[in-house]
Design a protein around this ligand. Sequence first.
Ligand code: GDP
Ligand code: IMO
Ligand code: MG
Length: 431
Amino acid sequence: MPAIVLIGAQWGDEGKGKATDLLGSRVDAVVKFNGGNNAGHTIVITTGGKREKFALHLLPSGILTPGCAPIIGNGVVIDLGVLFEEIDGLNARGVDTSELVVSANAHVIPSYNRTLDKVTERFLGNSKIGTTGRGIGPTYADKMARVGIRVQDLFDTDVLRAKVSGALNLKNQILVKIYNRKAVEVDAVVAELSAYAERLRPMVTDTSLLLDEMLSAGKTVVLEAGQATLLDVDHGTYPFVTSSNATAGGACTGSGIPPTRISRVVAVVKAYTTRVGQGPFPTELLDEAGDRLREAGAEFGTTTGRPRRCGWFDAPIARYATRINGVTDFVLTKLDVLTGLAEVPVCVAYDVDGVRHDELPMTQAEFARAVPIYETFPGWTEDISGARTLDDLPRNARDYVLALEKMIKAPISVIGVGPGRDESIAVRDLI
Ligand code: GDP
Ligand code: IMO
Ligand code: MG
């Protein structure tokens, strides 16, 4: 004990990477429990006065902290090419990745699922999800349909061949007959995946057992989510979601530790809202105010480079995240991005067809029609990037934080005032 779950409260890109990295030096392991290289975490580290930027996709954010064991759990889907590219990239910059362990039960993303992700999106036309095109959805679909390929399958060529052949029986029908593509050869896929087997083998272990041993020995473990609450396949804005459970419940299924091990649930939330891809977004700003947030917050995707859709803070969403995840602490990020605004509006409820909703409406059809009801807070002009305590913040910034805290029904324990590791205010200890 203890296991700390760290999740995103909105539609992703809240700053989970920075939050995990902040805890890194005080934790023994960081586990990635869901998603794959659809995630993108930017971490900024200052060493000897030099600012260095790291973009992580598949590796847990703890990888940048010496002594913190990075673990890829069973709930993750792995693009093996990306995994080794990321490892090589970090090694070239002097980051030690030798402690990385990978669950034998994690699924791998074969290239045919990347193809299917892209052609399905094209086929959907205006109804597309706006996926990252990394093969995430088709790989999780295979897992549920019981035709997925797992890490452990790579170490026995006969097993691998049988699994690939089983999966391609149906996939090739879809590729050829629906999408008018060429059939994929079993041998080619077996060769593609086997090419990584030898290098992968020493990293593979029973990560559930390893975590049980660590927790029983009193070690501290962070379970870090990719994506976020509103992108969760069960609790998000379905169908405009990812294909895994990004909420706190997913931390148990995706890592093989029981709920009784979890002592704390930390949610990362931005001081405004962003979203990438399609789907409803009540507080979205399609005018200069949105452009201003995008510019000031550098809101361009870490993974796809797409401009992020930007809008004001949505309190019902964050409160929903508190409920679904059992949030014990919030990390409020990017407060500095709001500096310079005369007024800061916050969505406190929605109007749906003339009826006020204080919580998220029951159906997605209603949510898509939700019109925000705003309360407006006075802004501030002072540079807050140097603030290290609540008292260092200008009064209006502090009042904004305290007002949000009341609305979201859980304490704000850390406040981000810049991208750097040191640019935060610790109100309460997270461990
Ligand atoms: P993640 O996917 O949740 O890890 O978030 P991303 O890394 O995709 O996006 C968050 C971005 O905000 C990154 O570029 C971070 O460096 C940056 N960031 C995190 N916290 C803060 C903060 O408090 N202030 C500012 N200005 N940037 C931040
Ligand atoms: P991090 O971990 C923001 C979005 C995609 C798309 C939808 C489905 O950096 O917060 P997928 O490729 O997963 O099938 O795409 O989910 N999406 C993200 N948006 N941050 C992410 O991760 C995301 N991962 C997926 O844009 O709308
Ligand atoms: Mg991101």
